[in-house]
Every structure is written in C-alpha cells, then in structure tokens.
Ligand binder design. Structure first.
Ligand SMILES: NC(=O)c1ccc[n+]([C@@H]2O[C@H](COP(=O)([O-])OP(=O)(O)OC[C@H]3O[C@@H](n4cnc5c(N)ncnc54)[C@H](OP(=O)(O)O)[C@@H]3O)[C@@H](O)[C@H]2O)c1
Length: 297
C-alpha cells in the first residue's frame, strides 16, 4: 500500500504549548506553517524549517489541518475571525482551554464557514508534548478524528469522547479539578512542613509515593459513589473528620493557613451531623451531586 501523503499543518499560537507542538510536527517530517500574534516567537521554528505566515488567514489557506493551541476561546475567535474566508474544507483542531459551551459555539461558527471542527484538551505539560506522558482528549467531528489520527498521534496519544464538541472540555475540567485539589493539598502540606524546618523538595518524594497509593484507591471510591453504597467503607466520615480537624489545628498552631482543608471539614461535619458519621468517606459525594426532589440522580 502506498504511504499516505502527510497533510500540511498550520499551527496558530506559539506559546508554551504551541511551540513544542509545531516542533513535534517538524520532527515528524510535516510541512508546518506557523503564525503567532507576537511574530518573534516563530523565529526558532522558522530556522528549523517551518514556514512563517504573515497572518492567520495565510496559514489557513495553505494547510488542510489547522491547530490552535491558543490561550483561550477569545484568542481563538480573534485569530480565526480574520481567516474565515479561508476556512472552507479545512479541519480546525482547537486546543485552547474553553468551557463546553464555548467549544460548541466555536464548532457551530467553524462548521458554518465550511470547515470541520474537533475540540481538544491537552493533558500535558509543555515538556511532555510528543512523549508517552501526554494524552489529549478530543470531541466533535468523528470524521476529523479518524482522518487525522496520525497527526493527532504526533502530539500525544489521542482519546475521542464523542460528537458533542463540549465533551472533551468537560472531561478536561474534571481532570484539572482532580489535579488542582491534589496539588493544592501538596502545597499546603509543604508549607506546614517548611514552617517546621523540612524543605519542600525533601517532602516531595514522600508525597509522590503517597499520591500513587491514593490513585489505587480511586476504583473503590468510584464503586461506592456510583452505587451509593457507603456502609462497608474502610475509612469512615468520622475517622477522617478527626484527621482533618487535627490537620487544621496543627496548621493554625504553626501559622499556616487552613483554607485548603476547611471546605472538606465543612462537608465532613455536615455528613456527621446528618447521622452519616459511620458511612464511608466517599459518602461526601452525596453533598456534591445534584439530586432531584425524588432523591434520584
Ligand atoms: N502551559 C501548560 O502547562 C498547559 C498545559 C495544558 C494545557 N494548556 C492550555 O494550552 C493553552 C495554551 O497555553 P500556553 O501555556 O501555551 O499559553 P501561553 O504560553 O501563554 O501562550 C498563549 C498563546 O496564545 C496567544 N494569544 C493570547 N491571547 C491572544 C489573542 N487575543 N489573540 C491572538 N493570540 C493570543 C499568545 O500569543 P502571544 O505570544 O502573542 O502572546 C500565545 O501564542 C491554554 O488554553 C492552556 O490552558 C497549557
């Protein structure tokens, strides 16, 4: 079978994420056209063989695949707006962090201009682009996902979440929320230990080991929350209420802010006051999920 011709790729936005993405396509042998609002950021890529476009419209005109790792929805709208007449028969892969509704709005605008739309979310750091550590989430046009699977794989392993363009964004926000809670917990703990003389970089490996163990606990939490079966949990609301109380007391005694864990303490206090102190810790889920008046999910 003849080798598939590599499509030309336009990368609009050469910030922390856009630069390694454009670089990965150059490494993989693609013809890459680049554009960035601050033009100088394109210089190192042009030295390596990328083509500099004078504007976004010029870049879109020469590449069937248009990738936008821009700051946010507004930046994408401002960038693609002047390129609207060049959009017919293009595929836009939008990698800017957005709300699900922004992704849907952009999808409607892009398809209204004759292009296909795939929304993407980058579960990566700049240095992990094009490595095994990165994975990107996509939703929107299945045809775009299938047609450009090889190109998506250049950036990171690609995971498709269905036709709703907002789906990748809601999964992105959910994963970011999980990470933010863990990382903020780490920063609080590092501040507490630093106040007692242990440097954050000494603590980090211990915290990493603990977080790996916590990840193994997720299937059990998911099973309990998914079935609302909280009676057999090994770690109860009251047990953890005591631990969180102690953490807050020790933090305050050492002049460390307790802002990170106070909301969790409030949730545990409410569960206990409602008579659920012997339920599993995971039963906090009941205070977070919206329920209709009949009590169903
Ligand atoms: N950095 C990370 O670790 C990371 C990880 C995963 C996902 N993300 C997401 O990836 C996206 C890009 O992040 P980044 O870290 O690459 O950000 P960044 O380094 O700040 O780059 C932002 C890019 O957007 C452009 N931009 C901003 N406002 C614009 C506007 N009004 N019109 C046109 N261009 C505009 C910037 O152009 P100029 O150079 O001219 O300012 C630059 O190319 C964000 O949605 C972010 O949430 C970032």
């Amino acid at each position: 079978m003849p080798e598939r011709t590599k499509p030309a790729v336009a990368v609009l936005g050469l910030g922390r994420m856009g630069t390694p993405i454009a670089s990965a396509f150059l490494d993989a042998g693609y013809r890459v056209t680049v554009w960035n609002r601050s033009a100088a950021k394109a210089d190192p890529l042009v030295e390596r063989g990328a083509v500099r476009a004078a504007g976004a419209a010029e870049a879109v005109a020469v590449a069937p695949l248009v990738i936008t790792p821009l700051l946010d929805h507004d930046a994408v709208r401002r960038t693609l707006g002047p390129a609207a007449t060049a959009l017919p028969r293009r595929t836009v892969v939008n990698l800017a962090n957005s709300t699900p509704d922004q992704a849907r709005e952009l999808a409607a605008w892009v398809t209204g201009h004759g292009a296909d739309y795939l929304d993407g979310a980058m579960m990566a750091l700049p240095e992990t682009v094009a490595t095994k550590a990165a994975f990107f989430l996509y939703s929107g046009s299945e045809q775009a996902f299938t047609t450009y699977q090889d190109e998506l794989d250049v950036m990171a392993s690609a995971h498709y979440f269905g036709a709703d363009p907002g789906s990748a964004e809601i999964h992105d926000l959910a994963l970011l929320g999980t990470g933010y809670a863990a990382l903020t917990g780490f920063l609080h703990a590092a501040a507490l230990l630093a106040s007692l003389g242990t440097a954050p970089d000494v603590f980090a490996p211990l915290a990493a080991r603990w977080l790996h163990g916590m990840a193994d606990f997720l299937p059990e939490l998911a099973r309990e929350a998914g079935s609302a079966a909280y009676a057999d949990g090994v770690s109860t609301v009251d047990l953890n209420r005591t631990a969180v109380d102690n953490l807050i007391l020790v933090s305050r005694a050492n002049g460390v802010a307790a802002d990170v864990h106070q909301p969790l303490k409030d949730l545990l206090d409410r569960r206990s006051a409602d008579g659920h102190g012997q339920d599993s810790f995971s039963s906090v889920f009941e205070l977070l999920i919206p329920r209709d008046t009949s009590g169903a999910h």
